[in-house]
Design a binder for this molecule. Structure first.
Ligand SMILES: *Cc1c(COP(=O)(O)O)cnc(C)c1O
Length: 393
């Protein structure tokens, strides 16, 4: 079966009533026939039928054994880190999501979990940076916001050879584009807030494991720590996933047009987009990603932060906001927004310059989005400079 058919039919009709849309089981507890005798559900932190449908669905989508739904992407990441113990080390991609960096640095360091960072775009760097205490390799693919690509199959081999788990944050690609478990990852995490939800109307996180042994450990942590996803938000993510693959296709088509437009602008220093042949790992991107995705970053000549700030302030369709992956386009300046918690030297090292602008390209008509950028560039440049550089069509 093809992907889209598979997704839609992995969502079962309600076994009790036949309802085509998964019912929202808004309950905290379940009546038992005798003490300890029930229909698989006893208390809704441990399990809930609506959440269960989502958890099975994401496991199917990622070709994993088990799926678990959390109250946010960070709660999902937190659950994975809890698989470790004091003294263990994580080796993480250096261009990491700011919230993951904050969690690792300000929460887990004091519990004795050390995180080292590496440029994982060259897998040999990962092999060299592993220490005898490394237990978990943490990759985002593509990364946020510079869309770097790492070789998942090569890193999975390194992880196995060194007795480490490989966890891939698959938020940016989504399973419609890339399934890390097929490349040998042990765990996949998602901020379902982004493409899986897809409509900027919820906060949610998911964990998928490659085998049931790991699945049982994550399930234990989910129940013991309690950061579960509510039945209503579980339902919203299920509903979002129904249209995931067609959304990702359209996000990617739109984004490619915009990335090509940006590359023609004289004042743009570099465009970061896995769908452009100028991408540093284009061949690998084409091999690993079915679609290049809806996120583009670009920075400006002379790293002109003032001009970047003006641009993000005067777009009309691109709304100035953090987050990504929704049907409506968003624009942000990572150094002041999503990546503010990362120290400047570390940020620069990961390629996040002060003039770097990130676009989350939505499902509007791409011509309208390009017109919006054109007017924003014209307005920002006019107020910023004496001479007006050409805006190329
Ligand atoms: C947003 C995001 C997260 C965190 O998810 P929340 O749902 O905001 O907690 C983690 N990883 C990546 C790559 C993200 O973009």
């Amino acid at each position: 079966m093809k992907e889209q058919t598979n997704i839609l039919h992995a969502i079962p009709a309600d076994p009790l009533t036949g309802a085509v849309s998964t019912p929202i089981y808004q309950t905290s507890t379940f009546v038992q026939g005798a003490p300890g005798v029930h229909k698989g559900f006893d208390y809704a932190r441990s399990n809930n039928p609506t959440r269960q449908v989502l958890e099975d669905l994401i496991a199917t989508l990622e070709n994993g054994s088990n799926g678990y739904a959390f109250s946010s992407g960070l709660a999902a990441i937190d659950a994975v880190v809890k698989l470790l113990k004091s003294g263990d080390e994580i080796l993480a991609v250096d261009d990491i999501y700011g919230g993951a960096f904050r969690l690792f640095t300000h929460i887990y360091r004091k519990f004795g979990i050390i995180v080292n960072y590496v440029d994982s775009t060259d897998a040999s760097n990962v092999a060299e940076a592993i220490t005898p205490n490394t237990r978990l390799i943490w990759i985002e693919n593509p990364t946020n916001p510079t869309l770097r690509i790492s070789d998942l199959a090569a890193i999975a081999q390194i992880a196995k050879a060194n007795n480490c788990l490989l966890c891939v944050d698959n938020t940016f690609a989504s399973p419609a584009s890339q399934k890390p478990i097929e490349y040998g990852a042990d765990i996949v995490v998602h901020s379902a807030t982004k493409y899986l939800g897809g409509h900027s109307d919820l906060i949610a996180g998911l964990v998928v494991t490659a085998n049931t042994k790991l699945g049982e450990q994550v399930k234990f942590i989910q129940n013991a720590s309690g950061a579960i996803l509510s039945p209503f938000d579980s339902w919203l993510v299920i509903r979002g996933i129904e249209t995931l693959s067609i959304r990702i296709q359209r996000h990617s088509e739109n984004a490619l047009k915009i990335a090509e437009f940006l590359e023609r602008q004289e004042f743009v220093r570099h465009v970061y987009y896995p769908g452009l042949p100028s991408h540093h790992n284009y061949k690998l991107a084409v091999k690993q990603l079915k679609y290049p995705g809806g996120v583009i970053s670009f920075d400006l000549k002379e790293d002109d932060k003032e001009l970047a700030t003006k641009i993000v302030s005067v777009t009309r369709l691109f709304k100035l906001a953090e987050s990504l992956g929704g049907v409506k386009s968003l624009i942000c300046l990572p150094c002041e927004m999503t990546h503010k918690s990362i120290p400047p030297e570390k940020r620069y090292g990961a390629g996040v310059s002060d003039s770097l602008i990130r676009l989350s390209v939505g499902l509007e008509d791409p011509d309208d989005l390009i017109d919006d950028l054109k007017q924003a560039f014209a307005k920002a440049i006019q107020t910023n400079r004496e001479t007006l550089p050409e805006i190329s069509i």
